[in-house]
Design a protein around this ligand. Structure first.
Ligand SMILES: NC(=O)c1ccc[n+]([C@@H]2O[C@H](COP(=O)([O-])OP(=O)(O)OC[C@H]3O[C@@H](n4cnc5c(N)ncnc54)[C@H](OP(=O)(O)O)[C@@H]3O)[C@@H](O)[C@H]2O)c1
Length: 356
């Protein structure tokens, strides 16, 4: 765990495995699988003791409890952590400006997060979800104001379209405003949709991807069994998630590959995400210290190329045109491969489906 990456084009060093705290607290949307403060504390302490520094929360998680619980755990370790929170979701359904990504809500939200966390700055502040309304220029400018006001150190985005992130970064660059250092997105063997746009965008524009739900909320641990169109088994997904045939094929192949490697399925699933192009850090969640330990060991081994190819193949996203046109075979119609200009700049890693 003493292995830190720079997040995007920045000087911020972050653990390659971040701690997700969406399940810290028992209120709000995440109540069904939330943990009490007493249950959350050892998970947090273990992460920090193992050398982790990137802690992810949001004002929305467990209706603010996640931040309040963290606030009580921070004294003594706050400065060494890269404390991340997010805004977007409403904190008052009767007030149209108490949610969304407008300047008024952004400023109110950061003040409220700082109060709950008991700190006077956030290391990283993220727009949680695109609201489809607020101009990107307003968001970028407000991030810049928050940096200048000393409320946040770095800015980033979560769950936005790639064009929006690209526009934000380009606008920031053109006007010498605070750049985005990360885009936080769902990414796992069962969720590879982001590969169509994001790794290339992130690599080109200096953003580090941070991946959420790397084990599909528990699906990729092997602890669930088929039950009709869904699953059964102990855990937060039990009885409430439909699972497709494609997903079961991925789970089955992951099970075989993990057995051949002598590693748990969760370790292999987390390792796979962490070593995908453009990924800066992977946000793991845990219900217990034992689960966390099981995930923190995910980067202590390498997945051999032949086994990785099997995981890539079974989970390959199915993409139509224009994405299916960005392959060497199509590109050879543009410039003859014999002319030798097919190589990409150092550091560029094409998405895996481009192998054909
Ligand atoms: N930006 C966003 O929109 C967004 C969205 C979602 C999450 N996030 C962030 O990403 C973090 C991680 O998300 P996630 O919790 O969905 O990630 P995940 O790592 O895919 O799933 C974690 C869950 O899987 C189970 N689990 C974890 N390790 C296990 C192990 N070794 N063996 C068996 N079961 C295990 C636990 O649930 P059970 O014990 O109940 O099975 C745990 O809560 C969140 O805490 C949050 O910080 C961000």
């Amino acid at each position: 765990m003493n292995d830190y990456y720079l997040l995007g084009r920045s000087g911020l060093r972050v653990s390659r495995l971040a701690l997700g705290t969406m399940n810290f607290g028992t209120g709000g949307f995440h109540a069904a699988y939330g943990k009490t403060a007493a249950e959350a504390e050892p998970i947090f302490r273990r992460y920090v003791e193992a050398g982790g520094n990137l802690v992810d929360t949001a004002d929305f998680y467990t209706a603010g409890e996640s931040e309040s619980i963290l606030g009580k755990l921070l004294p003594g370790v706050r400065d060494r952590l890269v404390l991340t929170s997010k805004f977007t979701n409403t904190v008052d359904p009767t007030d149209p400006n108490a949610g969304g990504n407008g300047r008024k809500h952004m400023i109110r939200a950061v003040e409220a997060s700082l109060r709950r966390l008991g700190t006077d700055y956030l290391d990283l502040y993220l727009l949680h979800t695109w609201d489809r309304i607020t101009p990107v220029e307003e968001v970028v400018r407000t991030f810049d104001d928050l940096v200048r006001a000393g409320k946040i150190r770095y800015a980033g985005l979560s769950d936005v379209p790639a064009w929006y992130a690209a526009r934000a970064q380009t606008f920031a660059e053109a006007h010498a405003l605070t750049p985005m250092v990360t885009v936080q997105l769902p990414y796992s063997l069962v969720a590879r949709d982001i590969e169509a746009e994001f790794p290339a965008m992130a690599t080109t524009l200096g953003l580090g991807l941070t991946a959420w739900s790397p084990i599909g909320g528990g699906l990729l641990t092997g602890k669930y069994q088929r039950s009709g169109a869904g699953l059964s088994g102990e855990g937060r997904l039990g009885g409430q998630r439909a699972v497709s045939e494609r997903e079961w094929r991925i789970v089955e192949e992951l099970s075989k590959v993990s057995a051949e490697l002598g590693r748990s399925m969760a370790e292999v699933a987390v390792n796979w995400v962490a070593t995908q192009p453009a990924v800066g850090s992977v946000i793991v969640g845990a219900s217990s210290v034992a689960q966390l330990d099981g995930n923190l060991s995910a980067l202590t081994f390498s997945i051999p190329a032949s086994l990785r190819a099997r995981l890539d193949a079974v989970s390959a996203p199915v993409l139509g045109p224009p994405y299916s046109m960005f392959t060497p075979s199509y590109q050879s119609w543009i410039v003859s491969p014999g002319l030798g200009i097919g190589d990409k700049p150092a550091g560029y890693q094409p998405p895996v489906w481009n192998a054909a």
